[in-house]
Ligand binder design. Structure first.
Ligand SMILES: N[C@@H](CCC(=O)N[C@@H](CS)C(=O)NCC(=O)O)C(=O)O
Length: 203
């Protein structure tokens, strides 16, 4: 049994997309993170900071998007979204899967808020370095970890979709445009988009 704690228009969208790619059966619970005071305190038993996403798989709770993505892709290997241990693509796959949350997310948040900082003073570095790295990677290969779509792409694709299409803080260069078109053509992405507003009507 797989339970997915989600809020529409939030970072949990990347996990919703991954679940649709995996075609794993799941039960979706909407968490109202936008009510005054945030999610109910009882939700801390699932996510200590009252954030989404979270999953509970056969009674075990997993939090943090990167961990959830890695966990789910391994838990449902038939979908082929995680290079297995021993596969040379596993290293780049894990690097990208984590880079999105450890570097891209804070860097783009800082950019969005106009925060000024010295990139060498923070673990996540600077915006321009991130932009260069992402563009060079996607100019050289079709997907985050090479020539095949993986769970690193639900991470990377979500971040790029948000940054270019939703908030417009990232320039849509030719490599980024081509990548976004590739992922938008995926049936899993289209199933995700069809469900993207689930929970909005409850507000
Ligand atoms: N590090 C967390 C971040 C998740 C996160 O920032 N979630 C936001 C939604 S975009 C949230 O739930 N915010 C509600 C709150 O802080 O009360 C992860 O990667 O899972």
């Amino acid at each position: 049994m797989l339970k997915f704690y989600h809020a529409p228009m939030s970072r949990s969208g990347s996990v919703l997309w991954l679940l649709e790619e995996l075609q794993a059966p799941y039960e979706l619970e909407v968490v109202d993170i936008r009510r005054e005071g945030g999610a109910p305190d009882a939700y801390r038993a699932v996510q200590p900071n009252k954030k989404v996403p979270a999953i509970a798989h056969d009674g075990v709770v997993i939090t943090e998007r990167a961990a959830i993505a890695a966990y789910l892709a391994d838990a449902f290997p038939d979908a082929g979204l995680a290079p297995p241990i021993g596969d040379p693509r596993r290293g780049p796959y894990l690097s990208w899967l984590v880079y999105v949350d450890a570097v891209m997310d804070p860097v783009m948040t800082a950019k969005g808020h106009g925060w000024i900082y010295q990139s060498m003073n923070v673990s996540y570095g600077g915006f321009d370095d991130m932009v260069r790295h992402v563009n060079e990677a996607l100019a050289a290969q079709l997907y985050a970890a090479g020539d095949r779509f993986t769970a690193a792409d639900t991470q990377l694709g979500s971040a790029l979709h948000w940054a270019t299409e939703v908030v417009g803080i990232l320039e849509k260069t030719p490599p980024l445009t081509a990548y976004l078109q590739r992922i938008a053509a995926r049936p899993g992405f289209q199933r995700y988009m069809a469900k993207a507003n689930v929970g909005m009507e409850e507000r």
